[in-house]
Design a protein around this ligand. Structure first.
Ligand SMILES: [Zn+2]
Ligand SMILES: [Zn+2]
Length: 210
């Protein structure tokens, strides 16, 4: 997902080589039975980002009332049983995330697919780029520390679901996929900023280390 609307493309080879030199850890997220298992792969000293995504996937997504969230939950049933989510702070190409076309997955995903004897999908997310992303003016919404944390939570989910929809529906046009994720971003942000959202999610929103 590019910050502005452009064609998708594969991330750089150099980046992948660098990642082999850096220790990475994995976290498996098991949500609703019809959803894929998410295998998060993150730099060893950035457990906090994996925890933020776990909170969003296991607790926030199932609870959202927005109709677009219900559409996404239905979409998740069309994905491979396992999806690898490669987390890194930023991409050299400045994208927020990518879905990896069949055959272009990492060695981790290929090894998993081989061992399981089934298809394994893969996407990547650039969490610092997502944290800084402001696709819409936020003047009508609250500012401050609490909002920054909430915004990051919603933006992470929006980009994750955007890339997962590409995997589930490879033929779907970028403009359509982007329309859904833009709608998710704004309606879920509204939902969570509302008093009801603060009440429901206030306890889940923890400060996130930089
Ligand atoms: Zn896209
Ligand atoms: Zn890119």
């Amino acid at each position: 997902m590019r910050q502005k609307r452009q064609e998708t493309h594969a991330p750089g080879l150099l980046r992948r080589l660098l990642e082999r030199l850096e220790g990475r850890e994995q976290m498996l997220l098991r949500g609703h039975p019809s959803w894929p298992l998410l295998l998060l792969s993150y730099p060893a000293n950035h457990l906090h980002v994996a925890e933020e995504l776990r909170e969003a996937w296991l607790h926030t997504l199932p609870s959202l009332k927005a109709p677009v969230a219900a559409d996404y939950r239905e979409m998740l049933a069309h994905l491979p049983a396992v999806v690898v989510v490669v987390l890194r702070p930023r991409n050299v190409c400045d994208c927020l995330g990518h879905h990896h076309p069949r055959g272009a997955e990492s060695r981790l995903a290929k090894r998993l697919a081989h061992d399981m004897g089934s298809e394994v999908g893969e996407i990547d997310l650039a969490w610092e780029a997502i944290r800084a992303w402001r696709p819409q003016p936020l003047s009508s919404l609250a500012a401050g520390e609490g909002f920054a944390v909430l915004h990051f939570h919603v933006a992470l989910l929006a980009v994750l679901l955007h890339e997962l929809e590409h995997l589930a529906h490879p033929d779907r046009q970028e403009s359509a996929v982007r329309r859904t994720s833009d709608s998710f971003y704004s309606s879920v942000l509204d939902e969570l900023v509302s008093q009801d959202g603060v009440t429901r999610f206030g306890m889940n929103i923890r400060p996130v280390a930089p």
